[in-house]
Design a protein around this ligand. Structure first.
Ligand code: F6R
Length: 369
């Protein structure tokens, strides 16, 4: 039920803090990660030599975010594959490959077919899924459920943050087994994750109304670009997908570093560009690279909407709007930066008078290939 909300999507965005908190719940003990569903599978995580993530749409972007954490923390190479491309090639997989599917519904046919194919090739399979007892988890050797609660709106929002959270937990779980992080390091990452729900809530409390106002002013916009680097890159892709999906506006996400390799040609006066700015405290280098990208597009007249950490003043002179997110570590920044983008897409679709829960031509669960 929608309760007092104008749409399921509005309700589900408001539940993003809970989606993260519920996915963490029961999986953290004394500063360490303990995932009861994975008991007895330590050998699997010790033996694999790579992870292949299989998913579609928003779930694939969650997988792209997860890759940064699994590689940085667990030191296992990760490839992220679109399910519908995967088994139509002749992919190199075998018993040393962990094929990790990500699916909110657990029924996406493309993803299911890819998981079945991987099993036939002898790969081990793990399913990250939001729907208890769905088909994909039933076809997998191991399951980590996201506990976002039922998602009704076609556009995935709270499930997306839960999918990232589950992968961060998994990355720490594998890191503990493989000894790639110390207990102290794991405890620090756990603390950081535990702080995410209240930080998301802070964004909803302090920035939601402003972002909706901004979306309202931009209701006639024909095209919006999104730029990010590191985990901000898949978040930029997610921001663009959500906007096209529910507001029918042309939108594209890019890795900020790609700008000079082509996309900068799109910049003309007035072009709105969202830029996700890495924390200057966490990485001065990444931050300075993105700030210089902003300078380049600002100089060409782009209308820059920066998503930047509180207190980062460097973006002020070169941005038209600055949306603030709380201080965080580099991985958890993904979970914060996506929230303004979800609010923006919803705000713009609402300003255009569209049905945000039921966008045209789309189904919640894509059960055909
Ligand atoms: C976008 C969206 C879709 C789904 C995709 C996979 O907002 O909802 O891109 O993410 O169809 O669906 P699941 O996660 O159910 O496999």
């Amino acid at each position: 039920e929608k309760g007092g909300w104008s749409s399921f999507m509005a309700k589900e965005v408001s539940e993003e803090p809970d989606a993260v908190a519920n996915t963490l719940r029961g999986r953290i003990r004394d500063g360490a990660v303990s995932i009861p569903e994975l008991d007895g599978l330590d050998d699997l995580f010790r033996d694999i030599s790579r992870v292949v993530v299989i998913a579609a749409g928003t779930a694939a972007y969650a997988g792209m975010v997860g890759k940064y954490a699994i590689e940085a923390w667990a030191r296992v190479p990760v490839d992220v594959e679109l399910a519908h491309e995967f088994h139509y090639r002749d992919p190199v997989i075998g018993p040393d490959t962990l094929v990790m599917s990500i699916s909110q519904s657990g029924e996406t046919m493309d993803t299911l077919m890819a998981v079945k194919f991987a099993r036939e090739r002898g790969a081990r399979t793990l399913s990250i899924c939001n729907t208890q007892g769905a088909t994909i988890p039933r076809e997998s050797d191991a399951i980590v459920y996201t506990h976002a609660g039922p998602e009704v709106a076609v556009a995935s929002t709270k499930a997306f943050v839960a999918q990232i959270t589950a992968q961060y937990l998994l990355a720490l779980h594998i890191a503990a087994i493989r000894g790639t992080l110390s207990a102290t390091e794991i405890a620090q990452h756990v603390l950081e994750l535990e702080a995410v729900p209240e930080r998301i809530q802070h964004i909803l409390d302090t920035e939601q109304a402003r972002i909706e106002q901004l979306a309202h002013w931009m209701a006639d916009t024909r095209s919006v670009l999104f730029l990010g680097r590191h985990v901000g890159y898949p978040i930029a892709l997610e921001g663009a997908l959500k906007l096209k999906e529910i507001s029918y506006i042309h939108a594209e996400g890019f890795a900020a570093g790609e700008l000079k390799h082509g996309p900068i040609a799109l910049i003309e006066p007035g072009q709105p560009v969202f830029v996700i700015v890495p924390s200057p405290r966490e990485s001065a280098l990444l931050h300075s690279k993105v700030v210089s990208n902003i300078r380049e597009i600002h100089a060409r007249g782009a209308r820059v909407i920066a998503i930047a950490e509180e207190g980062d003043a460097s973006v002020l002179p070169i941005s038209d709007e600055v949306l603030r997110i709380p201080l965080s570590g580099p991985m958890s920044q993904a979970l914060l930066a996506v929230v303004p983008l979800h609010i923006f897409a919803m705000g713009l679709a609402t300003a255009k008078g569209l049905d945000v829960d039921q966008p045209r031509n789309l189904a919640k669960s894509v059960t055909v290939e």
